[in-house]
Design a protein around this ligand. Structure first.
Ligand code: C2E
Ligand code: MG
Ligand code: MG
Length: 567
């Protein structure tokens, strides 16, 4: 026989009305509800012997792993399992909430019972959703919404907690700046690039694992890890060689994710802010020096970084004041001793001191200023060439160094041609030197640049050939007009009888001659070096202190009138 339902909506509202809404977690809410259920026997009055709530949450930035949470009330009385009433609710972030109410043995739910249960389920669902929403709103203040890692504010908050309990000194901070990620984005598209960042973030999270510490995304392609010092070496060995596979349409793309990495190992007195700054400085050093392995912070780096910041801050004014200017270093034909060309090298007149490129280019490059400086230098050179022609000096072609940030800009070709036009110069009077090409991430842009330069009659040279990572493949794939041997190759010539350097230089010069590119050997300082080169090939040009150091414009004009060297 169907039992009389003696519960009214009033009882239900009374129960929910008595709840303390200050709870901040679903567990706290459930504990409170359970206590009320036992005290009031409300569920038994609703003929419910058992209540199972299951909340399934899909992985999202708020919950990086899928979650499956169970909440259960059991009256301890026998139930009628077949009479279960099942309700299902959507939750935030594509999850699902399920409420299963089992009637007491020998009971079934009437329609009125069902509507009461429905109201009951709805209220519980609303209360739980409200708490989850509150938690997510709070989390979002401290998290990066794309990856679910902490953001900068989150790092500070968690870092301060570690600082407060005195645990920061056991930790290492790893600052990560992905190498060439803008190229990855260009190659696979921004959406796929985002997927790579999300996977990378997950990898960082697994490196933190159950340890104290955190993983964070500081924006763009910059990440941070705080992990126990004991885990540092393992983490670094993993970060040095990361490959992330993503599915693009029907194929799997293997994306190598490499980074500039700076490490700071805390000592007891350091604050989180100092730790972050120091790791970031070490990362900047890795970037500026092109160091592929992690760079550990040294106190002297801080002085460099302060100096670099000062230089970057004064850049705009320096450009306006024309504090940058070109020096010209002659290139001399080895067989005739004639001045055949020159390279423009930038100098910075900074508060009475002349700064060399190595003092300021790394800092400017890190801050995206090299594009402007290269174009400024292009204009200086064009202006000088115009003047030499106007006063009847026998001008020679001048090469300009373009930094690699410049090459990805589509406008570069037009800007270069526009400048030649502005000063009414023949394109054969300038040449572009490209450097750091081996770690250049966008060979297609490079190839296109060279093709367009050639189409407009401008020669392109590969600078610094023979240094650390220059790749022979580039020589094979790209049609450079000139290859410039780096001075590090020639500098050891003449040390011993026939060193390995001599063998390398001899064979490289022979190979380049066979490839048919023009050759410039840089850094020739001594007669011995000069004669060594002449012994291999005299159909090339030399550039070095043996002929001339980089000259001021006036000094170089004097060379133009008297073009010969006795070699
Ligand atoms: P680079 O293009 O390979 O220029 C040659 C460097 O070798 C110059 O250093 C030159 O002064 C130096 N050098 C030439 N002959 C000798 C020699 O016989 N012995 C020694 N010890 N050194 C010699 P510098 O002027 O300090 O420039 C360094 C680098 O800075 C350049 O290397 C180039 O990569 C970069 N750079 C210079 N000017 C510019 C510029 O306007 N734009 C860009 N993007 N980079 C520039
Ligand atoms: Mg150069
Ligand atoms: Mg060079």
């Amino acid at each position: 026989m169907e039992q009389q339902n003696i519960l009214s909506f009033k009882d239900l509202i009374k129960l929910f009305g008595s709840l303390n809404f200050k709870v901040t977690t679903i567990d706290e809410l459930w504990d409170q509800l359970l206590r009320r259920f036992h005290e009031t026997k409300l569920l038994e009055q609703m003929k419910v012997g058992r209540l199972d709530i299951n909340i399934m949450i899909e992985a999202s930035v708020f919950d990086l792993d899928e979650r499956d949470d169970y909440y259960n009330y059991d009256s301890g009385l026998p139930i009628n399992a077949a009479g279960v009433v099942h309700q299902s609710y959507p939750t935030l972030n594509n999850g699902r909430g399920v409420v299963d109410a089992y009637p007491l043995a020998d009971c079934t739910f009437s329609e009125e019972d069902m509507s009461l249960l429905m109201a009951f389920g709805n209220i519980i669902y609303l209360l739980m959703s409200r708490i989850r929403l509150g938690i997510n709103v709070e989390k979002s203040r401290y998290m990066d919404l794309m990856t679910g890692l902490y953001n900068t504010a989150g790092v500070r908050m968690e870092g301060k907690k570690l600082e407060a309990v005195g645990e920061l000194f056991c930790m290492a901070v790893i600052f990560i700046n992905l190498r060439g990620f803008s190229y990855t984005n260009k190659r696979i598209g921004i959406k796929n690039g985002d997927q790579v960042l999300i996977r990378y973030a997950r990898l960082l999270n697994t490196l933190v694992g159950m340890n104290r510490g955190l993983a964070a995304r500081l924006g763009g392609d910059k990440f941070l890890l705080i992990i126990p010092k004991s885990q540092l070496d393992t983490a670094l060995s993993i970060l040095e060689d990361v490959q992330i596979d993503i599915q693009i349409f029907d194929h799997t793309e293997h994306v190598a994710v490499n980074a500039w990495i700076g490490v700071f190992e805390n000592s007891e007195t350091d604050s989180i802010d100092e730790a972050l700054e120091s790791a970031s400085v070490a990362c900047g050093v890795a970037h500026a020096t092109g160091t592929y392995h992690a760079v550990r912070f040294q106190p002297t780096m801080l002085e460099h970084s302060i100096r670099a910041k000062r230089l970057v801050a004064s850049f705009d004014v320096a450009i306006k004041n024309h504090d940058f200017y070109p020096c010209y270093q002659p290139k001399v034909a080895l067989d005739t001793g004639k001045l055949v060309a020159a390279e423009a090298l930038v100098r910075w007149e900074n508060h009475g001191e002349v700064l060399l490129p190595d003092d300021f280019i790394p800092a400017l490059s890190d801050n995206g200023k090299m594009i402007e400086l290269d174009l400024y230098m292009l204009e200086c050179v064009c202006r000088d060439l115009r003047r030499w022609l106007d006063v009847g000096l026998p001008a020679v072609p001048v090469s300009i160094n373009y930094s690699k940030e410049n090459l990805i800009r589509r406008q570069l070709v037009d800007e270069t041609l526009g400048m030649l036009k502005k000063y009414n110069l023949d394109p054969s009077l300038i040449e572009i030197e490209l450097t750091e090409l081996a770690n250049y991430e966008d060979p297609r842009a490079l190839e296109e640049f060279i093709t367009q330069m050639h189409a407009n009659g401008i020669r392109v040279s590969m600078d610094d050939f023979g240094t650390g990572y220059t790749s022979l493949n580039l020589l094979k794939d790209m049609s450079f007009d000139v290859v410039k041997m780096d001075r590090s190759v020639i500098s050891r010539i003449g040390d011993k009888n026939e060193s390995r350097d001599e063998i390398l230089l001899r064979h490289t010069l022979m190979m380049l001659a066979e490839l048919g590119t023009d050759i410039v050997v840089e850094g020739v300082e001594t007669r011995e070096q000069l004669e060594f080169i002449r012994g291999i090939n005299d159909k090339l040009a030399i550039q070095g202190f043996f002929c001339d150091e980089p000259l001021s414009c006036d000094e170089f004009e004097a060379r133009l009138t008297d073009k010969s060297y006795s070699l």
